[in-house]
Design a protein around this ligand. Structure first.
Ligand SMILES: [Zn+2]
Length: 443
């Protein structure tokens, strides 16, 4: 045992000497850093439902810290949207008449649960939501009975008609023009459907409407970059609903379904450090009562590991929206994240998803000719979507004290740092656009 340890020490010393001597046999290798800029963990700030103080209060705070974020927006509520709540199907009069003689069951539940919120009656959408919650909780018969109760009220004329919404959406409405400005500043927008329904109890036509028409409005107003992510409302894990969503968007916060990724949702108390997977997505919901010490603890946990992506889920801000936090609390929390920025990559949901997928599908080759090292980075994902630069780490010969990094017309410089294998440089490379040249600078 002692002998082996001694031999290992000698071997390590020899390797270190060889590396320092720059004897030319040192193999020049490149790896794709686990996270951007060689950071230890990733953090995404995500906001749901598009309530106005996310933009009036949280955005100016985040700008002060230089943080990007992802906003899951309900497109039907945005002033100027083309698509709003609608029922796709046969005339609703026929559906209502039928409920008088045929009880709700598996053959008609989805159609009725879709239509009840679209009859133009106050309280109808609330019945849809409650039936959806029961269904997702596995209380299927109770959900059927609730739908029967709702339609009985409709037939009795017990609901008042809905009043028309103000044409400009009111003083707290978002506008596409405002969002376009933020999109240009690096904020990500993501679909949160047209009307925030319980997708799990919509029939196919209405489920597809909510997913596709939301995407169409985002595409028309913000462009294709913002059609990458969706969050199906209520954090649903309904297989059917999320399956339809993932057929139309490359990513959902509900589920990404990657073999390399363990996904722990907001309700999962499993220790993220216990996972053996390459990456862990750890979602934590920030509620009004969530203690600052707990929120800071999440950040401490990921900063002490190397494979955890903390996805923070915020809703209301300063009194507006579900479970609001105050601006003062957000400022303190963002300041704490900022203080650990040397170890944390703060990025949009889209960018972290792209980074992991590009890295896991990435291939990198390295060759050396004299004073130049050539590195080629490729992946087989759709190149028009997956164009996020990745951070590469290339070990360079000893004696390279300053390195020029060239890819296409872009040139930067890098100063080597040192690990146990010797000097290396960290730099960003765009995949699939041709090689990067690392050139030894006189120095
Ligand atoms: Zn929501």
């Amino acid at each position: 045992m002692k002998k082996t340890v001694g031999a290992l020490v000698v071997l390590a010393a020899l390797m270190s000497l060889a590396a320092q001597a720059g004897c030319g046999r040192q193999d020049i290798r490149t790896e794709i850093a686990k996270w951007q800029d060689g950071k230890a963990a990733a953090v995404s700030l995500t906001y749901d439902d598009g309530s106005i103080n996310q933009f009036r209060v949280a955005v100016p705070l985040m700008k002060g810290f230089g943080f990007p974020a992802t906003f899951h927006i309900i497109t039907g509520e945005i002033s100027g949207s083309r698509y709003h709540g609608a029922f796709i199907g046969r005339p609703t009069d026929a559906i209502v008449r039928e409920t008088a003689g045929v009880p709700t069951g598996p053959d008609n539940f989805f159609e009725r649960a879709s239509a009840i919120g679209r009859l133009g009656l106050q309280g109808g959408f609330d019945y849809h939501l409650r039936a959806g919650e029961m269904f997702e909780d596995g209380k299927i018969d109770a959900a059927y009975r609730l739908i029967d109760e709702a339609y009985a009220k409709v037939r009795q004329g017990a609901f008042k008609p809905e009043s028309a919404p103000p044409p400009d959406g009111g003083k707290n409405a978002l506008t596409w023009d405002d969002l376009k400005v933020l999109a240009g500043e690096g904020y990500e927008f993501s679909s949160h459907t047209v009307t925030h329904p319980r997708l799990a109890v919509l029939d196919e036509a209405n489920l597809v409407y909510e997913l596709e028409k939301s995407r169409e409005d985002i595409l028309d107003h913000l462009g294709p970059k913002h059609t990458f992510t969706i969050e199906c409302p209520f954090g649903t894990e309904d297989e059917r609903a999320v399956g339809y969503a993932l057929a139309r968007y490359p990513a959902s916060r509900n589920r990404l379904s990657e073999a390399f990724l363990e996904e722990l949702n907001r309700w999962n108390d499993k220790d993220p450090a216990a996972s053996a997977k390459e990456y862990v997505q750890w979602q934590r919901g920030v509620l009004t009562a969530t203690a600052m010490s707990q929120m800071k603890g999440w950040v401490d946990t990921i900063a002490g590991r190397d494979n955890i992506w903390l996805v923070l889920v915020f809703h209301g801000v300063d009194g507006i929206g579900w479970e609001p936090k105050t601006g003062a609390e957000l400022e303190e929390y963002f300041g704490y994240i900022k203080s650990l920025e040397a170890r944390l990559w703060v990025a949009t949901f889209q960018d972290v998803t792209k980074y992991m997928r590009e890295r896991m599908r990435g291939q990198v080759t390295t060759s050396r000719r004299g004073g130049t090292i050539e590195v080629d980075l490729r992946h087989d994902l759709p190149a028009d979507v997956y164009d996020l630069p990745l951070t590469l780490k290339t070990h360079v010969p000893a004696g390279w004290t300053s390195v020029e990094v060239r890819q296409g017309s872009r040139t930067t410089s890098a100063s080597p740092a040192r690990d146990e294998r010797g000097p290396y440089v960290l730099y960003q490379a765009v995949p699939n656009v041709g090689p990067v040249s690392l050139i030894k600078r006189p120095g």
